[in-house]
Structures are given as structure tokens and as C-alpha cells.
Design a protein around this ligand. Structure first.
Ligand code: ACO
Length: 321
């Protein structure tokens, strides 16, 4: 059997500052009741000036290294999924590489917005399976607050900052563990449903998030249902083989609809959006780290990741943890 890649360890970082729904209601015309009912979000962490994306990514990675008892010399490469890099270039990945004193090796960013972590995991998995690397840090890190128009109530209540990391490593044992399949999609015709109204080569600034929420919501429910079906078919398993769903944390109603599709009770779904909000590419590794550290997700269990974001992009990965 060909070697697989396993998640050896996880780590995460959340900024200290917590912004509650009630605080937001003092700034824009909204309420804790509206935000909680429509999204499930109650609070989010907001990074300060000294916490750029590279800092959060580095801290999350440091914690994953500690959890794995790995040193800098054990890591062959870094992939960071982010849509909020500190600078247009160099990448966040090379900043992490330098901060952690890693040896020279591949280091680059992947931009697929909220699906970015699953995209990055898929790329790292391919690199490991083709013997380009043995152990790769895969990180999702976002400072979404830097893209927010704090006067726009339709978006400012949704997002938060943070980072999550995993060490993905080659696994030779024939014990069924590892990434079983990854599924990546995009439909660029839907790019105007969710975008920033700026960019380096157009306005010279990153701009602010613009979202046609209702349309994104409808597409998310449809695409998530389709991709979950595809994962089950490809792996010849029933929905009841899934132990844990670790979904992108954008809206509790989207998560619930996917769980219903899988016939999975909500106590088998990792939900952190009530405390984290939507942290884009960081949301799955943040949720994963939470579930691993509190002992919910155990070695050998079947775990499904799924996400949808700007692009539109959407993606899923099935793995035996
Ligand atoms: N507080 C109070 N009222 C609000 C707020 C707010 N914060 N925001 C919008 N409203 C109002 C609207 O103005 C509208 O009022 P109207 O009926 O008088 O016109 C009403 O609430 C309903 O607005 P909708 O947009 O229809 O609300 P909906 O139930 O669709 O919820 C939401 C909006 C939460 C954005 C939802 O559509 C959603 O979650 N969409 C998907 C988000 C997603 O998955 N994004 C992908 C990842 S993000 C990324 O990739 C960067």
C-alpha cells in the first residue's frame, strides 16, 4: 500500500482581545439576538497591531511542534493558507519558516479564502505522497478584521482572527490512518457573490469584504451536500462511518444542514464559531485543535473536513485521524 499522510499534531493561536455581539451592537445597528439567531456567532477574537497573520501563524505552528515533540530540523516545508498576508510578498510561509528557524525547503502561501486550509492540506498530502517532503507544517491563518468595513453590519458581525496549524507527516504503517481523499472545487462564475472591493494592483489597498450573504448561503448548502456525497461515494463508505465532522465555521445553519445530510448528531460536529466567528482559512484547523486538545477527536477516528468560501471555492477531505 502507498504511504499516507497523517496529522501528527495540532496547534492554534487566538488573539487575547474578544469582541462580543453586545459590543458590536454599540457600533452598528445590530443585536446579539439577530447575530446569534442568524449565524450562531456570539463572540470573535480580534488581533491587535502586534499580531499580524505571520505572528499568529508562527504561534500556532510553535504549539503544533511542541505537541509533536518535533524540532525545527524535523520540518521539511511550510504551507500557509491565508487571504490576509502581512504583505503582498514575501509569503507568510517564509516568515514562519524564518521565525521558527526551519531549514531551507518549500514554503509558500495558498489563497482559496475559507477553503484554503483544505486546499493547502491537499497540496501537502500530494507532496508527501510523491516523496518531495516527509513532514510539512500546514497552517491556516487570518486577520479577517483587516478586511472589515466596521460600518457594514452585514459583514462586520461575521468574522474573527486566529490561526491553526497541523504537522502532516508520511505514515508507512498499514493501520488505515491518514488522509483518504481530498476534493477541491471552484466556480469562478460566482466570484462576484463574495469579494473584496480592493486589491494591490487595482486600488492599492486590500479593500473591504462585500458579500451577497443569501446567495452564498444557498450555494454553500447545495455544494456542501454534493461534496459530502462525493466523499462517501469515492471512499465506498456510509455516512455512519464518520466519527466527526469538522466544518468551516461560517454559519451554524449551514453546518446543521450538512450534519443532517450525513445523519450525524450535532454532538459529533465540532462547533467553535460561537466563540471564534468565521476565521476563514483558520477555522477548520482552529476547530480541529480545540477538539483534539479537549479529547473529543481520538486517534483512529474517521474525520471529515468541509469548507466553502470566496471564489466560490469549496473543498473536503476525509481522513482517519
Ligand atoms: N444585524 C441586524 N440585521 C441585519 C444584519 C445585522 N448584522 N445584517 C443584515 N441584516 C438585515 C438585512 O439588512 C436584511 O434586512 P431586510 O430584510 O430589511 O432587507 C435582513 O437582516 C435579512 O438579511 P439576509 O442577508 O437575508 O440574512 P440571512 O438570514 O441570509 O443571514 C448571513 C445573513 C448570516 C450573512 C447568511 O446569509 C450567511 O451566513 N451567508 C453565508 C456566509 C458564508 O458561508 N460565507 C462563506 C465564507 S466567507 C469567505 O469566504 C470570506
Amino acid at each position: 500500500m502507498a504511504a499516507r499522510s497523517v496529522i501528527r499534531s495540532t496547534g492554534s493561536y487566538l488573539p487575547q482581545r474578544i469582541l462580543t455581539n453586545d459590543e458590536l451592537a454599540k457600533q452598528v445597528d445590530t443585536s446579539d439576538e439577530w447575530i446569534t439567531q442568524r449565524t450562531g456567532i456570539r463572540a470573535r477574537h480580534i488581533a491587535g497591531d502586534g499580531e499580524p497573520t505571520s505572528f499568529m501563524a508562527t504561534e500556532a505552528a510553535r504549539r503544533a511542534l511542541e505537541a509533536a515533540n518535533c524540532g525545527a530540523a524535523d520540518i521539511d516545508g511550510v504551507i500557509v493558507a491565508t487571504t490576509t498576508p502581512d504583505r503582498s510578498f514575501p509569503s507568510v510561509a517564509v516568515q514562519v519558516q524564518s521565525a521558527l528557524k526551519l531549514k531551507p525547503g518549500p514554503a509558500f502561501d495558498v489563497q482559496a479564502v475559507c477553503s484554503g486550509f483544505v486546499y493547502a492540506l491537499s497540496v501537502a498530502n500530494s507532496m508527501i505522497q510523491t516523496n518531495m517532503a516527509r513532514r510539512i507544517l500546514v497552517i491556516g491563518a487570518e486577520k479577517m478584521s483587516s478586511l472589515i468595513d466596521w460600518n457594514d453590519r452585514t459583514t462586520c458581525v461575521l468574522f474573527g482572527d486566529g490561526a491553526g496549524a497541523v504537522i502532516l507527516e508520511r505514515h508507512e504503517d498499514d493501520d488505515g490512518r491518514g488522509i483518504l481523499s481530498t476534493h477541491l472545487y471552484a466556480n469562478g462564475d460566482l466570484r462576484d457573490l463574495l469579494y473584496t472591493d480592493g486589491g494591490t494592483c487595482t486600488t492599492g489597498t486590500a479593500g473591504h469584504i462585500v458579500m451577497h450573504g443569501r446567495e452564498v448561503f444557498k450555494n454553500a448548502v447545495t455544494y456542501m451536500a454534493e461534496i459530502v456525497e462525493e466523499v462517501l461515494d469515492k471512499n465506498h463508505i456510509d455516512a455512519n462511518a464518520i466519527d466527526w465532522l469538522v466544518p468551516h465555521q461560517a454559519n451554524l445553519r449551514i453546518i446543521t444542514s450538512t450534519a443532517e445530510k450525513l445523519n450525524l448528531p450535532m454532538d459529533r460536529v465540532v462547533v467553535t464559531l460561537d466563540r471564534h466567528g468565521n476565521t476563514s482559512a483558520a477555522s477548520i484547523p482552529l476547530a480541529l485543535d480545540h477538539a483534539v486538545r479537549c479529547g473529543d477527536i481520538q486517534r483512529g477516528q474517521m474525520v471529515l473536513f468541509e469548507a466553502l468560501g470566496g471564489g466560490l471555492t469549496w473543498a473536503a477531505a476525509l481522513l482517519r485521524f
